[in-house]
Structures are given as C-alpha cells and as structure tokens.
Design a protein around this ligand. Sequence first.
Ligand code: EPU
Length: 427
Amino acid sequence: MIKYVIEGGRPLRGEVTVSGAKNAAVALIPATLLVKGVCRLENIPKISDVTLLLSVLRRMGAVIQTVNSHTYDIDCTNVDSCSVPFASRIRASYYLAGALLGRFGRGEVPLPGGCDLGERPIDQHLKGFRAMGADVTIANGNIIADGHGRLRGAGIYLDVVSVGATINIMLAAALAEGMTVIDNAAKEPHIVDVANFLNSMGANITGAGTDVIKIRGVDKLHGGSYTIIPDQIEAGTYLAAVGAAGGKILVRNVIPKHLDSIVAKLEEAGLEIRDFDDSIQIERTSRLRSIHIKTMPYPGFPTDMVPQLAALLCVADGTSYINEGIWSNRFRFADEYARLGAHIQVNGKTAVIEGIPELSGATMKACDLRAGAGMILAGLATKDITEIEDVHHIERGYEDIVEKMRALGANIRRVVVPDKTDLRVVI
Ligand code: EPU
C-alpha cells in the first residue's frame, strides 16, 4: 500500500510548474486512432490514466515511441482491431468508442470506469453515435457500436451539457460523410484542445468553445505535432493549496483565462492574486473569509475544484455554502474531512461548511481523484500529522504531486507500506 504522510503547518513558498491537462490528454490519445501517420503529442502529463491508455493503444497495434518524458510519437496507421482489450478502469475509455467508430465505422469498448461521483450515464454519447447511423448496444459490459461503414454527419442536440459526449461526437464525426452540428455543446478548454488537435491533423471543426460546434467530415487525417494545454484543475489545486497552507507561490505554465472562475472565488475568499502572461502569483496574508460557490459547466466554477476549495473553507472565517450541480457524489470527502474536525453538513446538493480556526491531523482515505487532492490541502492546513490512504486515485490525475508540493516547502512524503511491520520511506 502507498500512502502520503503530511506534517502540516508550513506555509508554501516558491514556484510550481503545471503539467499538461489530464482531461485533454485522455481524449487526444484515443484521437490519434483517427490519424494515419505519426502524431507527436507534447506536454503529456505523467499520470497513471495516460500510462493505461498508451498501453491500450499499444495492445491494439499502435507504434508508440517515447521522445522524452512528456512527448510521445504515436502511430496508429497499422491498428486494425476495432475492439479494445481492456480500459474500463478509466472514465475516458469511452473516447475509444468515438475514435474507433470514426476510423473503422465500428467499435467495441468496455464501459467506462473512473471516479465514483454518482450516476455517470453515457446516453448522450450513444444518442450522438445513433444519430450518425450507428447501431449501439450494451452487452457483457461493453459498448458495441456498428455504423455499417462510414458514419453520416447529423444534427445532434445534447439534452445535458456533457464534456464527454461533446468530445466523443467530435471524434466520431471528424471522418464522417457530411456535416455534424452539436448543439448545446460543452465549452471546456479541453474541448477546444481536442478540436485544435484534430484541425491541425486536417479536420474541419469550427465553433469549439461555443455551444454550437460544426464538424465537416474529411476523408483522411494526417500526422503532425501538437502540444497539450496546461491543466486548469492542477493549477487551481496549487492556488487553493496556498489558501489552505498560507504562503506565497508562483504557479507557472497556466492559461490565466481558463482559471477566471477559480481565481474569482479565491479572491472573494481573501487571497491576493496577480496574473501574468502564463503564470499566476498567489499570496495569503490573513485568515480567509467564507464564500458561496455554485458549480456549473465552463466558464462556470468547475465541479473538479470543489474538494480543494472545501478544504480551505474548513478553516475560513464564517459559514460557506457549496451548491453542486454536476455530480451527486461530489461531497464524499466530507466524512473524511470530518476526521480532521471539519464542520461540514451535506444536504443533498449543498454542503454547508462552518469554518473553524484549526483542523487536527488524522488518517483519511482518498475516495476519488479530486477528493484526494483536497485531502492533501486539508492536511497542509493542520499543524499535525495527516495520512492519506488509497492515493492511487490521486496519482491517476496529478503528476508528481508529492515532489511538487515538497518543492514548495510542504512536508509530505510518499510511503510504501508492504505490511504493518515494515514501513519504508520512498520520497
Ligand atoms: N451526463 C448525462 N448523460 C451523458 C453524459 C453526461 O446525463 O451521456 C450528465 C452527467 O451525469 C453529469 C453531467 O452530464 O451530471 C456532466 O457530465 P460530463 O459528461 O460533462 O462529464 P464527463 O465527461 O464524464 C468530464 C471530466 C470530469 C469532470 C466532468 C465535468 C473527463 C475524462 N472527465 O467528465 O473530470 O468532472 O467532465 O466537468 O474529462 C476529474 O478530472 O476529476 C473528473 C471527474
């Protein structure tokens, strides 16, 4: 078992560089299936979701060369299988369905896994595939989609704003015959990143970043180079860490525009923030104030920042309210934070956090990726020792989080515990 051990109470100082965006990378890697030729992907984050997807593509026949630790040449020219060997441990396995349908007109993919954030339907993805002419069934834990040859472009209105459905339909439509129009599309930065990637390989996609995306199918995509955008949520997590631990840091390699809603809320809570071209400086000079948050699709406040903000609000002055509009299980962290003495009451979609002056150390279990990140922040806010178990959730999506936090002065260690009697410090 691996766990993190944190000794809190140290303000953060220095600089941290943000990695490539997880939620863009997990879409772009499957997207390379659409390309005949070599795709050089730069700024790929070193996280376990990426490792898993690369191994899936390799098993399907892709030739993948490591150029350096964050750059891969991926060549899917010789992939000839339209079924996926294994991938269900990650949510983004569903992008393989859109990519295979686009490339071969057929795909068989395990149903997605990922964080347990409550019910995670994929009806809008399937509705899109069906509108483009595919027969879709779910059998033996797999999505089986058969387009009977090349898909046909279609008009698709999404009943809910869905990141995954928007990207999956773009993937399926890039090589379809004719025009696909997605109405009520999601607008997250990684949607734009996927469209930019596909366009740089020869696709014809307009409107990404607005709620109407038009994809005119092309006959073929060619190889090329593409650099993944920085991770908006990783950046937000380090900004929020200063709210929890105190101090002053510079977060490098960010697109400040992508962080507008997060920065607005951190400022409201009393943090002092300065934007530069591709970095953001943040400082905590006094105890934070309570705030109210409502999560929404981009450009609203992201659900994936709720546990991190909640961590700092546990020690802010006053009562904060968080209204969660996306996931029914978003607040699973609340019971874990309660072990540190936090006062959080969850009523359906709302968490009420009554700030207290100090948290105390305890052991918590990371229950999902962002909750795990929030637990690190909560640990930094105590003056005690906090332990976090089940950190594999965190390592799915945060590159080198222990090393990055340590470089900022946090006292956090990654510890391998083979059994109860042999405790070995790794970092
Ligand atoms: N929804 C449907 N039907 C669908 C698809 C979605 O009803 O077919 C609903 C969902 O139940 C949810 C809402 O629509 O209430 C939004 O879901 P969306 O499809 O946008 O989420 P996702 O694509 O499954 C991505 C991120 C999540 C992030 C959400 C919301 C990836 C791989 N995952 O999930 O990221 O929380 O968008 O922004 O991009 C994370 O990174 O920790 C994470 C969970």
